[in-house]
Design a protein around this ligand. Structure first.
Ligand code: ADP
Ligand code: MG
Length: 512
């Protein structure tokens, strides 16, 4: 087991950091939590605000069943306890972006209880796995957004986000380093995107974290924590932890005390600053929302939620390793993003590879046939090097790859059956990227077929040897390294279309 604890060496000895994250994830639904207004990102300010979201008197919230369903499915994906009975509470406070004067949330009876997430601290090594506990997931409303910088003397409010459904996913204080927190957020994001309950778009604010940090002497009692609010990228979360842990050690070693407080992260200065201390903290006067009935989940509903879950990244990764024989690293990279896994599996289908997910709970996979494993390994290598390389160059994501999985399968098939050499395969792929289109047709039209015709190859070899008598003499007197030169010359004379294996064999014979 790798020890990835982040330690700070202070004047009074060693300190370790303790981290717990509260991640707010916007639930991917078209409508808001308690109204039918749209949740689409990027609309004109205040164009997606119903009377409920604007908190007009007498308006009544009506829960969106799909929001509940997505929170339950998320809980199931995190192996969490699902509470068949939960309730909404009012959290009362005043702020200009909150016209209701309270946020509807779930304090006392959240919909999801304890669960867990497994993180890998090293992509290549199952042995580096660590489990981070989930405390709970509850559903709540998002607030609106204030804009202060549009005009020197005015503040504006945009209520488009007001009433959008969030899941708050609260971890246990189980993380011990910025890297662990980063791995946790990336894994959580991956799972949410597989489930389809959140698009994970951190730039658009679909996922943001409140970062709780404390320090302690190794093995000691938990220290007092601070909470840095609304950090919106993995990099910033890690930076906030590092800054905050070091700040706390400095305060403690200087004889000071850590006060439990809310802080904000300044992404320009890469530092945290105090926002308000616990003494100034609000008394939210939580109470059950009288406008809403408790949420009761039927067995049928729960069964549907569970049966609609896809194969999740951990299960997929293990299947790729155990059934398809992929390396741990390739399996991890191919399963990290749901779109990559989807593309890879479409490619496997095009190649006729079969590998079924394990039955739930069975925990074992039937190995694919040796032939299928071979195809899968080639497909994985091709995708991770050739396709990813090309997409990187083009600045495109895999969803809008100019080459489809079916076309890629055809290309790999042409290489596997010897129609194309590896080099020709790459050449055809480049043409496919530029012009799109079917690889077999490109091969046909441009005459790119590899030739294994021994007669034709022997003829070219004879010409190459005749044109280089001095080199032939050198080779025959022991300069073996020249062999590569002859291969190169023959290849070039055949415009890259000679079968390299056949050229090798025939050259050896001719030079002997
Ligand atoms: P609150 O409801 O006041 O926010 P919680 O007990 O629910 O407090 O904790 C909120 C978050 O803070 C959780 O993610 C938890 O893991 C984390 N946390 C609690 N205690 C500590 C601590 N001493 N150090 C770091 N994180 C902590
Ligand atoms: Mg909190």
């Amino acid at each position: 087991m790798t020890d990835s604890t982040y330690r700070i060496h202070g004047a009074t000895g060693e300190w370790e950091v303790v981290i717990g994250l509260e991640v707010h994830a916007q639930i991917s639904t078209r409508a808001k939590l308690f109204s039918g207004a749209s949740t689409e990102f990027g609309a004109e300010p205040n164009s997606q605000v119903s009377l409920v979201d604007a908190a007009m008197p007498g308006m009544l919230p009506v829960p969106n069943r799909e929001c509940i369903r997505q929170a339950v499915r998320t809980g199931m994906a995190l192996e969490a306890r699902i509470n068949p009975w939960s309730r909404f509470d009012r959290k009362n406070y005043f702020y200009a972006d909150l016209p209701q004067g309270y946020q509807i949330s779930q304090l006392y009876h959240p919909i999801v209880g304890e669960g867990e997430i497994e993180i890998l601290l090293d992509d290549k090594d199952e042995g580096s796995a660590k489990t981070v506990g989930i405390e709970r997931i509850h559903i709540e409303q998002d607030a609106g957004k204030l804009m202060h910088d549009q005009h020197p003397s005015f503040s504006y409010v945009d209520l488009n986000r007001s009433g959008v459904a969030l899941m708050e996913i609260v971890s246990k204080p189980d993380m011990r380093s910025p890297e662990e927190a980063g791995a946790y957020v990336r894994k959580l994001r991956s799972i949410l995107r597989y489930v389809g309950s959140c698009d994970g778009n951190m730039e658009q604010g679909s996922m943001r974290a409140d970062v709780n940090v404390s320090v302690r002497k190794p093995g000691g009692e938990l220290g007092t924590r601070t909470e840095t609010k609304n950090v919106n990228s993995v990099r910033f979360i890690m930076a906030a932890i590092e800054y905050e842990a070091n700040r706390q050690v400095d305060v403690l070693e200087g004889g000071g005390k850590i006060v439990q407080e809310t802080r904000l992260f300044d992404p320009d200065k890469i530092e945290t600053r105090s926002l308000r201390s616990k003494e100034e903290a609000h008394d939210y006067r939580y109470f059950p929302d009288p406008d809403l009935l408790p949420v009761e989940l039927s067995d049928d509903f729960l069964i549907e939620c569970r049966s609609s879950l896809p194969e999740l990244p951990d299960a997929k990764r293990r299947r790729y390793e155990n059934s398809l024989g992929l390396s741990p690293y390739n399996a991890t990279v191919l399963t990290a993003e749901v779109e990559t896994a989807r593309w890879f599996e479409a490619l496997l289908a095009g190649l006729g590879v079969t590998s079924a997910p394990a039955e739930p709970g069975a925990g074992a996979w039937t190995p694919a046939s040796a032939e299928d494993q071979d195809k899968a390994k080639r497909a994985a290598n091709w995708l991770l090097s050739d396709l990813f390389g090309a997409l990187n160059r083009l600045g495109r994501s895999i969803e809008d790859s100019p080459v489809s999985p079916a076309q890629a399968a055809e290309l790999l098939g042409l290489v596997a059956d010897g129609t194309l050499s590896g080099t020709l395969g790459k050449q055809v792929f480049e043409i496919m990227l530029e012009t799109g289109g079917d690889p077999a047709k490109i091969v046909e039209e441009r005459g790119l077929k590899q030739t294994s015709d021994t007669g034709a190859i022997e003829k070219v070899i004879a010409e190459v040897l005749a044109a280089n008598p001095d080199k032939v003499a050198e080779y025959r007197s022991g300069k073996d390294k020249l062999f590569g030169f002859f291969v190169g010359q023959t290849m070039r004379a055949m415009a890259g279309k000679g079968n390299p294996q056949v050229i090798n064999d025939l050259l050896k014979k001719a030079l002997a």
